[in-house]
Design a protein around this ligand. Structure first.
Ligand code: FAD
Ligand code: NAI
Length: 478
């Protein structure tokens, strides 16, 4: 007889595993299906999706290792610390990253047991509907059909590949191969100056690679506030990243020695980049491979996303929801998690809400970039009258003490009501500092509210207060 569940979640990434936990907390009987073993040495299915296995977590582990290496070589001397010859053991660095990933993915197995969530190992596809609920076929070691009254699709995304570029994850890599280089490439090419290109390009640059990034668009980091993007470009070029904008890739050839990229530069002149490894990071596409959506009357939109109702993540088919990278909106782990919680709570009859304008973005370069809300260019386009306050880390004692004085915080507030409309940071610990701005915006705070809150001294958070004061020309330390 088929197993029957109240809720079946397809995919155990941040959208899926969090939805499963919240649904279980709310009293539903829950199963979660996962197909991927992510090269597990024992071939075991691994939980945590892209984020834990080949995304957020391993990339941040490598970022941290490369930052330590960079600091010892280039920064500690300023503190009077003398070190001898510095070298790095790449094998150990990768093993550390793998250990962190194993710990984190194993943690989800524990959480599933704790919350009595049934883990089904295999590939899920819709097989129709009968009176008891939706029929889901699970193809794994033990194939079976299970039945669920409600289904959450959380199948995530996969790297977008370009038609004439054969990714083998050895010489030409997407995010999966780029997290595994066994030796530091002397010359690294990157196609796409987006989040992955900049984060992973920075990792390998800090470890000694000469990194060239080829970007199709003529502008750098178009989604960021232009002031931040301009500052970031200046800093990254100074650090040694060779960023070429407005290029057109014409041919990529894999040779025994490496990879040759032929391209046109922004002036239309033919150029050749010879490198030892190439990373292709040109965005991600939603993943609905083999889901057989047609069996329940669902289909994807023209870009491959599953269409949903903007408020509830409900698809057009009653009882079937979709969350995370497989639906519209930013492809971010915390957005996927929040949608997972939202759907479980809606199923339980609650009235949760996500304000998509308050979802923070972080780019984990050094310095970090983080923002929430509207950019200056978006406010200008919408013709909303706003005021700007900006304060540099260079005028903050804690930042100077840390040797991290690059960058600034910029607060954008409504010209009349003073409501905070956007906060943009380039600087140290931006990923943590942005949380204050997200809280302020969720509570519809005014810039003056931030300015009147007592911030600890000396701390980087004082830059936020000064930027809020600066919207009213009242910065105290500048
Ligand atoms: P996923 O994490 O992709 O999980 C989907 C899961 O579903 C997968 O495990 C897949 O195997 C499984 N699946 C798919 N189809 C089926 C099926 N039919 N049957 C069974 N299982 C199935 N975001 C951040 O917020 N911060 C970061 O720092 C960050 N860094 C990143 C770095 C890199 C290199 C990459 C690639 C991404 C990064 N992201 C980051 C994005 C983040 O990883 C994604 O937004 C997030 O993982 C999306 O979660 P999800 O649950 O929607 O999908
Ligand atoms: P991206 O969308 O951030 O950047 C892709 C870049 O490639 C763009 O600048 C685009 O113009 C460029 N591009 C596209 N086609 C090209 C071509 N043919 N030639 C040259 N350039 C081309 O995508 P990326 O970096 O692959 O990351 C995917 C997603 O993963 C991100 O959008 C983000 O949602 C998520 N992510 C989030 C992170 C974070 O939160 N810190 C870290 C890494 C990934």
């Amino acid at each position: 007889m088929s197993q029957v569940f109240d809720v079946l979640v397809i995919g155990a990434g941040p959208g899926g595993y969090i939805a499963a936990i919240r649904a279980a907390q709310l009293g539903f009987s829950v199963a979660c299906v996962e197909a991927n073993s992510y090269d597990d040495p024992k071939g075991e299915i691994r939980l945590g999706g892209t984020c834990l296995n080949v995304g957020c977590i391993p990339s941040k582990a490598l970022l941290a290792s490369s930052e330590e290496f960079d600091k010892i070589q280039h920064e500690v001397a300023d503190h009077g610390i003398r070190v001898g010859q510095v070298s790095i053991d790449i094998k150990k660095m990768l093993a550390r990253k793998d250990e962190i990933v194993t710990k984190m993915t194993g943690g989800i197995n524990y959480l599933f047991r704790k919350n009595k969530i049934t883990l089904l190992k295999g590939h899920a596809s819709f097989a129709g509907k009968d009176v008891a609920g939706y029929l889901i076929q699970i193809d794994g070691k033990n194939s079976e059909t299970v039945i669920a009254s409600q289904v959450i699709i959380a199948t995530g995304s996969k790297a977008r590949h370009l038609p004439a570029i054969a990714v083998d994850n050895v010489m030409i890599c997407d995010n999966e191969g780029a997290l595994q280089f066994a030796v530091i490439p002397k010359r690294l090419g990157v196609i796409g100056a987006g989040v992955i290109g900049l984060e992973l390009g920075s990792v390998w640059r800090r470890l000694g690679a000469h990194v060239t990034i080829l970007e199709a668009l003529p502008t750098f980091l178009g989604a960021c506030d232009t002031g931040v993007a301009k500052e970031a470009h200046k800093i990254f070029v100074k650090q040694g990243l060779d960023i070429q904008l407005g290029v057109k890739i014409t041919e990529v050839i894999s040779t025994k020695k490496g990879v040759v990229v032929n391209y046109q530069d922004s002036a239309g002149k033919a150029q050749k980049l010879e490198c030892d490894r190439l990373i292709v990071s040109v965005g991600r596409t939603p993943n609905t491979d083999g889901l057989n959506l047609a069996a329940v009357g669902l289909k994807t939109d023209e870009r491959g996303f599953i269409p949903i109702d903007n408020y509830s993540c409900a698809t057009a088919v009653p009882g079937i929801y979709a969350v995370g990278d497989v639906v519209r909106g930013p492809m971010l782990a915390h957005k996927a998690e929040d949608e997972g919680v939202l759907v479980a709570e809606i199923m339980a009859g609650q009235k949760p809400h996500i304000d998509y304008n308050c979802i923070p973005w972080v780019i984990y370069t050094d310095p970090e970039i983080a923002w929430v809300g509207q950019t200056e260019q978006q406010l200008k386009e919408s013709e909303r009258a706003f005021k700007t306050g900006q304060f540099p880390f260079a005028a903050n004692g804690r930042a100077l003490g840390m040797g991290r004085s690059e960058g600034f915080i910029k607060v954008l507030a409504d010209a009349k009501t003073d409501e905070v409309l956007g906060v943009h940071i380039i600087g140290p610990n931006a990923s943590d500092l942005i949380a204050e701005a997200a809280v302020a915006m969720e509570f519809k705070a005014a810039a003056e509210d931030i300015a009147r809150i007592c911030h600890a001294h000396p701390s980087l958070s004082e830059v936020m207060r000064e930027a809020a004061l600066a919207t009213d020309q009242r910065a105290l330390n500048m």
